[in-house]
Design a protein around this ligand. Structure first.
Ligand code: AMP
Ligand code: MG
Length: 355
């Protein structure tokens, strides 16, 4: 494809009305615009225009059965997309606590939501993002915006305008460039059409925070913790996106899960691959980099004590893996607690094998 892709620089904190108008006009005309959210960059289209939505799948090379999240700028806009008013009280409760923010709520879809958006499901994922640019863009358009992550399907999600450019230049009309994303992993997806609500994808809002507001522990879909590998039969998957290998650099990643004696296991796995004559790289926490003292190409993930920092830089670090120019990267797993669950969900799906 040979579209000229515009880049519109905007103030990430206070985007001016005029700065956003060119992007709004593209969306109004059925075009595609990438924009920053607090989680990752999104690839937006008018959610109520089926042809525009179809172009998202084409630009990303996204499988047709993987539904899109619809972004709204008000609770009223969310209501207008819901097909079952009995779900409103629970949506209200969660929205009061977490919207705007990195929580997607799966609800029964209204008839006006195009099938292309939901990939044929009778539910739709709704989110009100907190990023000032995302909110202003939706508000100025005055319509909901369907937006998956603005990457080519299968590779790590973009957390900077440069990542979007690498993946989608020439395939979309424009990029609203507003700096780096804060959260760094995608939104938490919670299905509220079932009782109790089911966490389909871990993300920026932790299960612990959800449990506080719901007043009960959150049920976590098993694919959210340990993704289906290509070898293992996957059975029915409630959240279609969870069945794809994802976030994967070209260089194979071997993931060493957190646990007792885990620094020694990292050392063993490295040694075993070096014995086979392979060039080995590391993707490890700051603490383990220090403890290992190995003279190898290394990406530091950040301090173990700050999983939010590890989350924020995760996709940038996964994109850097191929630049290490090694045969295999040994990656360190962190604790599943808090946002660590979201980090591990991404790392497990990026990994070729787990130890
Ligand atoms: P992305 O937009 O790339 O962050 O992916 C959106 C993900 O949200 C999908 O891959 C699904 O896993 C999930 N999702 C979106 N809509 C639904 C829905 N109606 N039911 C279940 N999961 C959904
Ligand atoms: Mg995605």
């Amino acid at each position: 494809m040979g579209l000229g892709t515009h880049i519109w620089q905007v103030d990430p904190e206070r985007p001016a009305y005029d700065e956003l108008q060119p992007a709004v006009q593209v969306l109004r005309g059925g075009g595609l615009v990438a924009f920053p959210t607090e989680t990752v960059y999104g690839l937006g289209a008018d959610a109520l225009n089926p042809d525009a939505v179809a172009r998202i799948f084409e630009a990303k090379g996204r499988p047709q059965d993987n539904p899109l999240i619809v972004h709204v700028s008000s609770r009223e806009m969310a209501y207008s997309l819901m097909g079952n008013s009995a779900e409103r009280p629970l949506l209200d409760r969660l929205a009061r606590a977490f919207w705007p923010g990195p929580l997607t709520l799966v609800v029964t879809a209204a008839a006006r939501v195009p099938r292309r958006v939901t990939a044929g499901l009778d539910t739709v994922g709704l989110r009100m993002p907190s990023h000032p640019v995302a909110l202003a863009l939706i508000e100025q358009l005055g319509r909901p915006v369907a937006a998956p992550s603005a990457n080519r399907s299968g590779v790590p999600s973009p957390t900077s305008p440069e990542h979007v450019w690498e993946d989608l230049k020439g395939r979309i009309e424009g990029i609203v460039a507003g700096g780096d994303c804060d959260v760094g992993v995608e939104s938490t997806v919670l299905d509220i059409t079932v009782t109790p609500p089911l966490l389909l994808r871990p993300g920026g809002v932790t299960p612990e925070a959800l449990a506080d507001v719901l007043g009960c522990p959150v049920v976590i879909d098993r694919h959210a913790r340990a993704p289906a590998s290509e070898k293992e039969p996957i059975g029915p998957v409630r959240s279609p996106g969870m069945k794809y290998r994802h976030y994967a650099p070209r260089t194979p990643i071997l993931l060493v899960e957190a646990g007792d004696g885990h620094v020694e296991r990292l050392r063993e796995v490295v040694g075993a691959h070096q014995a086979e004559g392979k060039r080995v790289g590391l993707l490890v926490t700051d603490e383990s980099a220090l403890a290992l003292q190995l003279d190898l190409p290394t990406i530091r993930m950040g301090p173990k004590s700050r999983p939010e920092a590890i989350a924020r830089d995760l996709f940038r670090n996964l994109r850097a893996v191929d630049k290490l120019k090694v045969d295999v990267v040994v990656a360190e797993g962190i604790d599943d607690a808090g946002v660590g669950l979201a980090v591990m969900n991404r790392l497990r799906r990026a990994a070729e094998a787990r130890v």
